[in-house]
Design a protein around this ligand. Sequence first.
Ligand code: HEC
Length: 341
Amino acid sequence: MIFNRLTGLDIGTAPTYMIPENIKVADAPVRYPFLWNASIQDYTQWPGFSPNGNRLLGLARNIGEVYGVFAQFHPKKAASGLLNMNYIAENSANFAGLNGQEELIMKLAAPKWPFALNKKLAAAGAKVFNKPDPNADNLSCADCHGIKDGEFRSFSEKTWATPIVDVGTDSKEIGLLGYEVKTGVMQGATILPTDEPLKSVDKAISVLARASEGAIIQHYFPIVLTTPGQVGIDLLAQLTADFGTAVSSVEQDLGGFGTLEDLLGFSDGANASADNADATTPSYAYESRVLEGVWAVAPYLHNGSVPTLAELLTPAKDRVATFKIGSAYDIKKRWLSNHTN
Ligand code: HEC
């Protein structure tokens, strides 16, 4: 959806801005991930290509998301400035609003089980959760889904490990990370002077990463980037050094905001995923999240293909092939049922 919107409707030339050939059939279904704990995960997005753990990384992810839905966005070529592009002249993304929303998400907690708890069953389940499985490299559920410290990103915000593992689910979402598109007005775009410029046909995810990073840099550094004569590595060094301070002066309350290097890590993750999607033997790895509150988020897996937790713990070949969902939680079957079911 984001690739179709950004590369099909936003980056062509005026007045239509369209590049219809970039729009592909939507055939990689994913379900909305639950948001509690999202900001403390080590990586986000189902394939885990988006590093997480500070405000800036959250902002990069949320700008990309808003390009895919509500934002009015048309990047333009610019004759001057480090990026030689203008990503903010026509960009309705509300940076302060997105920061505010991320702050709210950080406060969300998993919903508590609201029904009577069967302590005996819960204790039996805890045993299963922690028991190594000889058929799965002796890993327990807790090895992949338990709470463990993630990568160090800053002293102020810690993360939980989010192992990205291929457990044999479907390949569609990973496959589309390798999609190539016409890059329209973004052909030649770079963020760092050392970046390879976007080719006339290039990865959709590279277009998305540059459009997000470029807008964030220009939003927080409008003056530096229009000063004539300041180009190349010197400016980059200055940008890197000034990033935190400059950003804090624009936005209030940005403890743990992150650095320019963090921001650029967003596209490193995206590129690695795109390379993997193109490899001869790609891995279809998705994130294994901490499962707090998972009772409330049926249907399961990144593609929403499994209706209940009981079905998820049944061998794939024995699961129902089709089912209807609704919005009422059915406490017996433990799923979101359709009232008429
Ligand atoms: C080797 C790592 C690994 C082990 C061991 C493992 N899982 Fe998972 N689990 C994953 C991954 C990866 C996914 C996401 C797959 C996808 O969405 O395509 C997942 C998905 C899930 C989900 C769905 C989450 C959601 O939001 O839809 C549940 C529930 C789950 N696992 C429970 C368990 C339980 C219970 C066990 C032990 C019996 C277990 N897992 C063992 C890696 C693992």
